[in-house]
Design a protein around this ligand. Structure first.
Ligand SMILES: NC(=O)c1ccc[n+]([C@@H]2O[C@H](COP(=O)([O-])OP(=O)(O)OC[C@H]3O[C@@H](n4cnc5c(N)ncnc54)[C@H](O)[C@@H]3O)[C@@H](O)[C@H]2O)c1
Length: 257
């Protein structure tokens, strides 16, 4: 699909990978609805980006928030072609750790936001995407979900996070098959380690150690590299039903200290 003719919904758009994707889509001429729980940053960035951008403060795990956001997109733009799901929670806690037994909330909140939230966005957005007139290729839309290499290389403490990302990888093919008759493609991107506020909680020493594990280039990914891949997926109609690692060749090991 040609980005400049599209309307996009980006979740997690007030930070990191979602913010970079929003900026790249706007630069390429799309109209973008930014969705995030962070109202302050969301308002600031959407105001900076101008008239082709709206901001919807919403929790992706809330059906009613999503219904309101889709209604706002319909009112502002009338259509929706692209969904890029970036909103997510990180975190790493051992089941039995120094602070005792992992609270169940650690697990359920990751599942609610990362997995159920991603699905809730797709469920809310799909009917509006299906209304689009097909382009010359028959395309009506594209959905890009953000998983993680933790779907395959999860580390100690990542049982919650990794299982949500594995779920996103697993839903890619059934969604691709379900939406194929509608001309809507579904893809997942699996970042390795990217330089965003999600990782900024780690000390510079930890980040440096992580960066050195990346075969090439031995550094964290730039958010703009994620955005560039998302834009390419939108523009390449033959990319469908696949999960792409964006990790500089990184394969996380057992990590015994
Ligand atoms: N940064 C990395 O190294 C890395 C690696 C692999 C996967 N990822 C994935 O990429 C995605 C984006 O991560 P990031 O690094 O840009 O993180 P980030 O923390 O910079 O941004 C995430 C955004 O999501 C928003 N958000 C969180 N919960 C939400 C909810 N319930 N509803 C709406 N918005 C919500 C936050 O407010 C924030 O603006 C996440 O799904 C993350 O798991 C990141």
């Amino acid at each position: 699909m040609k980005i400049e003719q599209c309307t996009a919904l980006v979740t997690g758009a007030a930070s990191g990978l979602g913010e970079a994707t929003t900026r790249a889509l706007v630069t390429s001429g799309a109209r973008v609805a930014m969705l995030d729980m962070d109202g302050e940053r969301g308002d600031r960035i959407s105001t900076e980006l101008g008239d082709n951008v709206i901001f919807c403060r919403a929790d992706i795990s809330s059906e009613s928030d999503l219904d309101q956001a889709i209604a706002a997109i319909k009112a502002a733009f009338g259509t929706l072609h692209i969904v890029v799901n970036c909103a997510g929670l990180g975190g790493s806690v051992k089941i039995v750790g120094r602070d005792g037994i992992m609270p169940m909330e650690m697990f359920t909140s990751r599942v609610n936001v990362n997995l159920i939230g991603t699905f809730t966005v797709i469920r809310a957005a799909a009917p509006l995407m299906m209304e689009n007139s097909p382009n010359e290729e028959g395309e009506r839309g594209v959905i890009i979900n953000t998983a993680s290499i933790a779907a395959f290389d999860g580390q100690v403490g990542q049982s919650a996070y990794a299982s949500t990302k594995g779920g996103i990888v697993s839903m890619t093919l059934p969604l691709t098959r379900e939406f194929a008759p509608n001309g809507i493609r579904v893809m997942a991107i699996l970042p390795g380690i990217a330089d965003t506020p999600l990782l900024a909680k780690n000390s510079p020493e930890v980040l440096d150690r992580l960066a050195k594990q990346v075969p090439f280039p031995p550094r964290l990914a730039k958010p703009s590299e994620f955005a560039a891949l998302a834009c390419h997926i939108v523009e390449n109609p033959y990319l469908n039903g696949e999960s792409i690692r964006l990790d500089g060749g990184l394969r996380m090991g057992f990590g015994r200290k």
